[in-house]
Write a new protein. Structure first.
Length: 83
């Protein structure tokens, strides 16, 4: 569904999975990382992306029917990752 938290308390590890944007929510990854670090975790960001054209087609088919809005949202996500 675009997001989730998977914790292994015995190992002291946590994985936070976010799709950007998802369902009208554009989570601030910096806040997520800061919160994890404040809680004592060594936080890293791993970015997994698909071909932009394939991602846009899927977004239009499943999540955002308005092609212009989908392209705008994709551009926001790519800009945030480039920061």
């Amino acid at each position: 569904d675009g997001h989730g938290v998977h914790a292994n308390y015995c190992a002291g590890s946590v994985v936070v999975h976010r799709s950007l944007p998802h369902g009208g929510c554009f989570a601030d990854v910096r806040d997520i990382v800061e919160g994890l670090r404040d809680s004592g975790f060594a936080a890293s960001i791993i970015v997994a992306t698909r071909d932009p054209g394939a991602s846009l087609r899927t977004k239009i088919q499943r999540h955002q029917r308005d092609a212009n809005a989908a392209a705008d949202e994709q551009a926001l996500a790519l800009a945030a990752l480039a920061e």
